[in-house]
Design a protein around this ligand. Structure first.
Ligand code: UDP
Ligand code: MG
Length: 190
């Protein structure tokens, strides 16, 4: 099994690259952001609970995410592997992911991070706001998401570095160039 985490700030390109890599290696692409947005859209109990949190750019509580991940694992018993895009976002989530993997006798192979300067992130997210109208892509909320990222998610870099599975690439360039670079790292370490 090939299990990967795509790591990086909002607007870093995780979603775009994760979709391509998932196709290339036949992995299940798990975007927790997409899962949460789908819950909001269908106005489920969970969706109603998390709508305001997401619209403020805050983090959905760990226990809810962990439950979602358990479901994902249980509904893809036959998968060749997973790409987690946008998860984990906190240390307890990272620890829970390790534990879920261990319980299923698998492990996280690599954490791939896309490094993009903050001015470029803002520009990309504002462009996405104009094109897709995501309710959390307003300038204030974007700035809060970046703050939340630095405070809660960035510290995971150390956690994964210590495990020796962290790689970072510069995330500015053409989609194809970055994709090739990611594939190279994956092939070297899989
Ligand atoms: N979110 C969260 N936990 C997750 C994924 C998403 O709390 O595991 C929430 C959080 O409020 C975040 C929003 O959903 O700001 C959008 O997440 P997504 O990953 O789609 O945004 P991206 O980082 O790709 O811009
Ligand atoms: Mg995304």
């Amino acid at each position: 099994m090939l299990n990967l985490v795509f790591f990086g700030p909002p607007g870093g390109g995780k979603g775009t690259q994760a979709a391509k890599v998932a196709e290339q290696y036949n992995l299940v692409h798990v975007s927790t952001g997409d899962i949460l947005r789908a819950e909001i859209k269908r106005e489920s109990e969970l969706g109603l609970k998390i709508k305001d949190i997401i619209n403020k750019g805050e983090l959905v509580p760990d226990d809810l995410l962990i439950k979602i991940l358990e479901n994902v694992f249980d509904s893809h018993n036959e998968a060749d592997g997973f790409i987690f895009d946008g998860f984990p976002r906190t240390l307890p989530q990272a620890e829970a992911l390790d534990e879920m993997m261990t319980r299923r006798s698998c492990q996280l192979k690599q954490v791939l991070s896309l490094d993009v300067p903050v001015e470029e992130l803002l520009e990309r997210l504002l462009k996405r706001a104009r094109e897709q109208g995501r309710t959390d892509d307003t300038e204030d909320v974007i700035k809060n998401r970046l703050r939340v990222y630095h405070k809660h998610t960035q510290p995971l870099v150390d956690y994964y570095r210590r495990k020796g599975i962290y790689s970072e690439i510069y995330g500015v360039g053409s989609v194809e160039e970055i994709f090739q670079e990611l594939c190279q790292i994956i092939d070297q370490n899989k």
